[in-house]
Ligand binder design. Sequence first.
Ligand code: ZN
Ligand code: ZN
Length: 206
Amino acid sequence: MSLICPGCGKPGKGVCTRCYLQRNPLTLKPFTHVFCDCGRCLYQGQWIDNNAKCVFMQIKNNIQTPLDVRINHLKVEEEVDKGTLKLRVQVKGLYRGEKFRETYVWQVPAEKKSCKICSRKSQGYYEAVLQVREDVIPQISETQLTKTMKVRGGLDYYLASKDYAFEVARQLRKRGYNIIHTTKQAGVKEGKKIFRHYFSVKKKVD
Ligand SMILES: [Zn+2]
Ligand SMILES: [Zn+2]
């Protein structure tokens, strides 16, 4: 037995997918897209080093689907135009078990801010120094590097984040370098001692 869609007269199981989606379009709960020139984006209070992933997660969390619709796949195209994030979102999904594909165009406010790392960098702030006394060139993200200093026997890399410095040190250790980690007190902030981390990078001596 086939039922006719009251919207368009198409025979089937009642309201057809097209008519249903026309009456119950997917919507996007507005959010503010906060981004930095370096490509980081603010997501749930954290700066994420992947703008595309960040926008995708925001859409995933804020997309409103009607009751009978399930989303299987989202494809996002994005563009920031002045204070606006322009989105073109392709949705693949199911309506009562039937596949559909729709494209939605949405806009949300966009706000440019300097992320934690970039504002630290502009203030010359650093938490760690990588003291490289070998020919090795460590792979350091441009956004993490506050400054580079030529010193006797090598280079000192000043890094904005100690977590990042630990990660670079770990990579170098993996590549067979000997890393010696030391800390030095660099002052007191709000009653807490602040430490700087130093990583001496040398060839492994067996
Ligand atoms: Zn219909
Ligand atoms: Zn930044």
